[in-house]
Design a protein around this ligand. Structure first.
Ligand SMILES: Cc1ncc(COP(=O)(O)O)c(C=O)c1O
Length: 367
């Protein structure tokens, strides 16, 4: 049996009848950049997150960069980011001229460890950038408590966590701003690049809107050095069609995670993700941990099961950050996760039969 890691074609087939007319409408009206489809999506996505504003941009990386710019993060500042995340979390800090200050994650949660944040704070620290990794919300109450004690801003990286809930509330308004990616493979994915900054703060929303569009509010009157980070009309159209289905797709992922958990319960040598009380993951990824991960991945792939690695190298160990001189052993929990992580197939379209096959193949490969 072949089990794809992610089946975007199957998802497309469900919505093709709505997607194609919406794309045609964008073409017929020549609303290729921003425009009414993007504006409508901004309204709807802000409502989905329970937030006042959504500023749609051209990627999650741009969203993070804008959010940090709006908080006046710049050269000489430090921003605390997890050592285990997709590298773009740290890029955004570097783009502002500030330095990413890495901190370790918690072993079970795989998100920023509040005690590690506390230890990483210096007089230069300006903000904390927790990542809701793999779809699991970070412990926002604990992180906000550290931030409040030290007068730091918090920006959420929810690129992998559209609709994830922390203590019953969707991610998006636990910090000063929250950043999303709509890269095609995300839980809410565009048909190209996309991202958004979500916030309850009028000033942040206003500045982000100007910055994404060359620093202008009135055409050709540039108040500040800005960027071309605008969302395309096509992406607004696609996201507008997908958003009403997101909750059902997320629930599908949660059901699949539950079945994985049931079938892999008590398998020696495997660590399977679990949910603590008050944390509701949307399972962008279902990441297990196992020794001799590469060998297991090879066996699964040979049996037709596609897997992924998220991520095999921690951010502080990337060559791009070699100048920070953070050697092996700097962040042991993150490094152990990098060595042992293995992402199993996960998307709403998976079938029970496929999940049973993945689990059986995995168990066989462990013996
Ligand atoms: C945790 C995290 N942060 C940031 C990003 C960057 O988003 P994008 O690829 O849309 O620029 C991603 C996406 O891959 C991500 O997974």
């Amino acid at each position: 049996m072949n089990v794809p890691f992610l089946d975007l074609k199957a998802q497309y087939r469900q919505i093709e009848g709505e997607i194609l007319p919406a794309l045609r409408e964008v073409c017929e009206n020549c609303q290729f950049v921003l425009g009414p489809k993007v504006a409508q999506f901004e309204k709807d996505f802000a409502a989905f997150c329970g937030a006042k504003h959504c500023v749609a941009v051209n990627s999650g990386t741009s969203a993070l960069h804008l959010a940090l710019r709006c908080l006046n993060v710049g050269p000489g500042d430090e921003v605390i980011v997890p050592a285990m995340t997709f590298v773009a979390t740290a890029w955004a800090v570097s783009y502002t001229g500030a330095t990413p200050a890495f901190a370790d994650v918690e072993a079970a949660q795989r998100t920023l460890d509040p005690a590690a944040i506390e230890a990483a704070i210096t007089p230069r620290t300006k903000a904390i950038l927790p990542v809701h990794l793999y779809g699991m919300p970070a412990d926002m109450d604990a992180i906000n408590a550290v931030a409040a004690r030290h007068g730091l801003a918090v920006v959420e990286d929810a690129a992998q966590a559209h609709g994830a809930r922390y203590r019953g509330k969707p991610v998006g308004t636990f910090g000063r701003a929250c950043c999303f990616s709509f890269y095609p493979g995300k839980n809410l994915g565009a048909y190209g690049e996309g991202g958004a900054v979500v916030t309850n703060d009028d000033a942040i929303a206003d500045f982000a809107r100007r910055l994404r569009d060359h620093g202008q509010r009135v055409r050709y009157h540039h108040e500040t050095v800005g960027y071309n980070y605008r969302m395309e009309g096509f992406q607004g159209a696609v996201l507008g069609i997908k958003l009403p289905r997101l909750e059902a797709w997320n629930q599908g992922r949660r059901r699949h995670a539950e079945l994985y958990r049931r079938l892999l319960k008590d398998v020696p040598g495997l660590t399977v993700p679990s949910e603590a009380e008050g944390f509701e993951s949307v399972y962008h990824l279902f990441v297990i941990e196992v020794d001799n991960r590469d060998e297991i991945a090879k066996k699964l792939n040979e049996a037709g099961v596609q897997t992924g690695l998220h991520y095999p190298v921690c951010v502080h160990r990337q060559e791009a950050y070699a100048d920070l001189n953070l050697g092996a052993g700097s962040f042991p929990v993150s490094e152990r996760l990098a060595d042992r992580c293995l992402s199993l197939p996960m998307c709403a379209e998976l079938t029970e039969e496929q999940i049973r096959y993945v689990c059986q193949t995995l168990k066989d490969s462990l013996t």
